[in-house]
Design a protein around this ligand. Structure first.
Ligand code: MRU
Length: 329
């Protein structure tokens, strides 16, 4: 199944519970908006484009449970704030809300919202295919591509942005290998990227985040390709650790690429005006159930970082590759 989809028979949002992967593959069904918000906060569904679609289906759930307008507004605000950094969440919410409001009755609004949310989900797949087409031209036969976090089909509805580029290049007959950084503290790289690439029999080697520099110096990776949570005026916000790889890639003359749909662009805004999600200390104090740090140590746990354009070779979008990156991208 797709990462997230609407079930017409049950009128529920279905999603793959990504917190259980790779050990268990389970589908969660959300009937009420509260359940979906909880799933977003817990990262059962995550990744910028998938969050956009979750936001869209969340609006449908809000309308379906037919509340008065004030409650609905509150609920939708809660939904938008569930995770603040990826712009796609509010993009999906706003677009669906706008479509819904063209309806006159609650029933009509609900049906317009559902149509729009489904459209956003379908567009995501088509957009990723286009990103794959443009991006695959940048990859050569024999490339070893280092990636961080998960910008694959699990971060989208299907196919993926950064991993979609790799999938398309392989589809075109190029041999590409991937180096997946584990992406502490929630391990989206080891749990999700490694898992989904192995499902497709794409060669992948797992490393810890701190091995990236040595791997690049040793010539074991010749390109870096990541996704984005938000493209802003001066650069890109993506999973914590992305900036470190970009600095190292620059130091070693290795091209650093970002693959992102235009729905992740928010180029009127400075990175300084974007809230970087800070997550709880337990993510660093425990590994699963096991305590791995003194419980009274001070913890800093931002989920995303900022990479300036000067470290980025190009951004791959569904409309083409942007190379001349400066403030007015
Ligand atoms: O915290 P997450 O797992 O939602 O973070 C996801 C990322 O940082 C991805 O790299 C980004 O959303 C791009 S996904 C195509």
């Amino acid at each position: 199944m797709r990462t997230i989809e609407w079930d017409d028979k049950k009128d529920v949002v279905k999603l793959i519970d990504q917190t259980l992967l790779p050990g268990d593959y389970k589908i969660v069904e959300c009937t009420h908006l509260d359940e979906l918000i909880e799933a977003i906060k817990k990262l059962k569904v995550r990744g910028a484009p998938a969050l956009g679609v979750a936001g869209a289906f969340g609006v449908v759930l809000a309308f379906m449970n037919e509340q008065d307008e004030a409650t609905l507004k509150d609920e939708v605000e809660k939904l938008k704030k569930a995770r603040p950094t990826a712009v796609n969440l509010s993009y999906g919410v706003n677009r669906t809300l706008q479509a819904a409001m063209c309806g006159k009755s609650m029933q009509e609004r609900c049906s317009y919202a559902l149509d729009e949310a489904k459209r956003i989900a379908e567009e995501d797949v088509a957009v990723n295919r286009k990103i794959g087409e443009y991006g695959s031209a940048l990859l050569e036969d024999g490339d070893v591509v280092l990636t961080h976090c998960n910008a694959g089909r699990l971060a989208c509805v299907d196919w993926g942005t950064a991993l979609g580029v790799i999938r398309t290049a392989i589809e075109k007959g190029k041999q590409i290998e991937v180096i997946a950084c584990e992406t502490r503290p929630l391990n989206q790289g080891s749990r999700l990227t490694a898992w989904e690439l192995l499902q497709d029999e794409i060669p992948v080697t797992l490393i810890t985040d701190s091995m990236g520099a040595a791997v690049m110096r040793e010539g074991k990776a010749n390109k870096v390709l990541v996704g984005a949570d938000r493209v802003v005026k001066e650069g890109v916000l993506n999973k914590i650790g992305t900036y470190m790889h970009a600095v190292v890639a620059k130091a070693h003359g290795i091209p650093f690429y970002v693959a992102a749909p235009l729905s992740s662009f928010d180029t009127e805004r400075s990175y300084k005006a974007v809230e970087i999600e800070e997550r709880g200390p337990e993510e660093l104090l425990f590994f699963g159930e096991k305590q791995i740090a003194p419980l009274n140590v001070k913890v800093y746990n931002p989920a995303f970082d900022f990479t300036p354009f000067e470290l980025i070779e190009a951004i791959i979008t569904e409309k083409g590759v942007i190379r001349d990156l400066k403030e007015d991208v």
